[in-house]
Design a protein around this ligand. Sequence first.
Ligand code: MOS
Length: 744
Amino acid sequence: MHITHVGQPRSRVDGRKKVTGAATYAAEFTAPDLAQGYIVSSAIARGKIRTIDVTAALAVPGVIQVFTHENRPRTAWRGSKYQDEVAPPGTPFRALYDETIVYSGQPIALVVAEDFEIARYAASLVRVTYAPERHETDLEKVREKAYVPPKKRSGIRPPPNPRGDSETAFAAAPVKVEGEYRIAMEHHNPMEPHATTVVWEGDGKITVHDKIQGAQNSQAYITNVFGLSKGDVRVVAPFIGGAFGSGLRPQYQLFLAVMATLELRRSVRVVLTRDQMFTFGFRPDGLQSFSVAANEDATLQSIRHDLIQNTSHFEDYQEATVNWSAMLYHCENVTTTYKLAKLDTYTPADMRAPGSPTGLFALESALDELSHKLGIDPVQLRLKNYAEVDEGEGKPFTSKELRAAYQLGAERFGWARRNPEPRSMREGRELIGWGMATGMWEANMMKTSARAILTADGRLEVGTATADIGTGTYTILTQIAADALGLPMEKVTALVGDSDLPMSPVEGGSWGAASAGTAVELACHAVREKLFNHAKGINDSPLGGAKVNEVAFRDERIALISDPSRSVSIAEAMRAGGVDRIEAEETASPSKITQARYASYTHSAVFVEVRVDEELGQIRVTRVVDAVAAGRILNPKTARSQIMGGVVFGIGMALHEESMTDHNLGRFMNHNLAEYHLPVNADVENIDVIFVEEKDNLTSPIGVKGLGEIGICGTAAAIANALFHATGKRVRQLPITIDKVLAE
Ligand code: MOS
């Protein structure tokens, strides 16, 4: 029987490599004569370096050089040269640029030595004196200075124009909820720290192994900053040990490692320590003020969502945070505003569905409060105000099976048995709460190229420069390619993470599968046509005068659909054409018409059970059902892992993760995995993932909408809502820690 792969639960093709250690990460590549760098970080948050004395460091045997702003080699002068493909407006941070300190933890020197421990020891001997200036890291203190970003960040939709009159409608409505909501700043904390190994190939050429979600983003950054040509710089990053957005932009260790390599004409590796992982981008906090009002019959009358989010002094980071409040529900009077305020920190970075879980925490918490006040079931409230179109932009959705997600999720969870009364369920010392929330995230496709090479032995290689950031990209590209040419997966090799491969943007925004998947399919179809034309050239071809749409590529052969006994093998077709390989490169572009006329989003319905120890205030998330509508599912196994990971991050956001700042020092204090709490196995119990059937042929030609991020989107809000149901306590500030549960 003929076997196809797309839609089937296939194990990861790179799984064995990963668990056996054969997968090579940025800091594991090596080179002859490899030198090691160690970074010295600033101890103050703002001011100037008065003196930096490297004499003692240089005197340590084995130290090769110490780089500071005083001896930094010349690099590009214009700030725009440092802008990478996802940079927000502004001038990116430039390491060792001058004596100015703009945030605590800023790299101020790079010690390069024969080995890592020598470099680390020597770094401790670098003596720095500062002229500190007053810094501000407290968002509350700069609230009054908030501004509407003058320049929009490319790819980020600004909040839609207000519709109706939310204030008048709010005043007139009988049932209302108003509140201030806050999340914590969070750091991505991938298992693999950021690292760059630069191999000096001689003759001014370098091969760079960088922790990056898009090899060509690092390549372009290096060529712009160091004035090199593309041919001199190859970036190879086949495996990424988690990134969650921290690897979208080239980070300062890349700059430092390349700078040192070019200057020393010798291979150099720079690895960040875990605490240095807290010295660049993070998820911004925000001051969110949210209000919603309804009629007695639960029809929404007014929504208002205002946000002030922190950014750095040098860039205007932006994300879509309040937009969800303008499109998730039907409501005639809606106002959303988005402002920034500058702090003496690094620029925030995209992190795990940037903006969505933040904004949805306010929206979905407030709707839960509203349903309680109205005495209506939270799911019913959402169904009653279901948005049939994106009312923010006035566009229909490409697809939206959220109703089915509510229904299937509720059924699986047993939601019908819920007693709406808070504190109504208990087992021993534990209060039990059931809460739910809606999740929503963008479904994007990005212009991407791919190539396919079929050889006479029936092997197929496909490649595109995107990354596999742990999402299963290698696997789904292999499935798509195998099906396109009717091959077993073992005969297909997928290549990603190499700047030499055809053009791809960074893997982010959950667009990888829709974009790279479509590109690979197009390239395979081009190969298929060429192969078919060769097959037709066979004397008395079994395919006769068939057209390409009248044959099937299956079981490593080309067969007539009407009579599968008439077929040609790949080798026979190539022989007839006098070739031993067929190659094609294609570019997949999103439809401009779809983008102009439609809104494309993924949705989810998240149902959560928490158990709260009433005396200790301890919260456990004992059960999660996440019903996801994300278009066609290429591989239910890797897809399920994506959603489970997202849900775990939602648990982290709701209960654990918090980057704490000491405002006196202007510095993140819990910069390690002991004090920055991430959910561990003991925090994660039952997670049940449902994929709702959803047909969408507008977002991408292959029907895919992407699901790397939708798993986190509504989860934190659902947990907060479950906590309310368990305890009767509404917590509006994340993470929900024991002190907040026990507070009177
Ligand atoms: Mo994602 S935060 O675009 O890696």
